[in-house]
Design a protein around this ligand. Structure first.
Ligand SMILES: Cc1cc2nc3c(=O)[nH]c(=O)nc-3n(C[C@H](O)[C@H](O)[C@H](O)COP(=O)(O)O)c2cc1C
Length: 203
């Protein structure tokens, strides 16, 4: 396992570097490896951060799924930019990614939605995420009504119009590797036209 970040050994492309680390976390069965903190900023400039599951990435960006009427969706509507942070404690690695955010296509959201367990599909319909509800029974009653409407055998659950994916299109990455005596490695990649500028930052 690699536990240093040395200029002569890193990838010149941050997507390749991410892929290398991500394969490592999967191989090593790192706990919650696909949990990432997603920071957004509201119209008044107040930041907000929450954990979200990474559902896919490639050179087009990093994809997560959520409710399009949630707090984060409102924030992204005002300011379509986000910062992601992954922390893999067991291997002392952190990755931060900054970028522009776009909704994924309906087709992509459809495919993902229908790959989810039946209960999760109903859960997406049942929860108007981030709205105030009087008590838990509201959620449970809605869920039960949906369960009867869309039985597992014959009721294909449609993709809610208020639910889908976002793609974070990276403009910068920072890879952090914990090292002894707090002399950690930090390598920052910043997009400059079609290439990536690489610098080392003090820990
Ligand atoms: C480990 C973890 C994973 C989560 N994954 C998701 C997710 O993939 N999508 C989602 O909408 N919320 C997810 N949540 C819930 C969010 O953290 C958050 O409570 C919710 O999205 C509402 O956030 P908002 O009010 O800022 O929009 C997850 C929470 C945890 C702790």
């Amino acid at each position: 396992m690699e536990n240093t970040l040395i200029e002569s050994n890193i990838r010149s492309d941050p997507f390749d570097q991410f892929e290398r680390w991500y394969s490592e976390v999967i191989e090593n069965k790192i706990d919650s490896y696909n949990s990432m903190a997603v920071a957004t900023v509201d119209a008044s400039g107040m930041p907000s951060v929450r954990f979200i599951l990474l559902k896919g990435f490639d050179r087009d960006g990093f994809v997560f799924y959520t409710n399009y009427t949630s707090e984060k969706a409102k924030e992204l509507h005002h300011n379509p930019r986000a910062c992601l942070a992954f922390y893999w404690k067991e291997i002392e690695k952190q990755v931060r990614i900054w970028g522009r955010v776009e909704k994924v296509s309906r087709k992509e959201s459809e495919e993902y939605f229908h790959s989810r367990p039946h209960g999760s599909q109903l859960g997406a319909w049942a929860s108007r995420q981030s709205s105030i509800i009087p008590d838990r029974s509201v959620l449970e009653n809605r869920f039960e009504a949906l369960r009867q409407k869309y039985t597992e055998v014959d009721g294909k659950v449609p993709l809610p119009e208020f639910w889908g994916g976002y793609r974070v299109i990276p403009e910068a990455f920072e890879f952090w590797q914990g090292r002894p005596s707090r002399l950690h490695d930090r390598i920052r990649y910043t997009k400059k036209g079609n290439s990536w500028e690489i610098v080392r930052l003090a820990p």
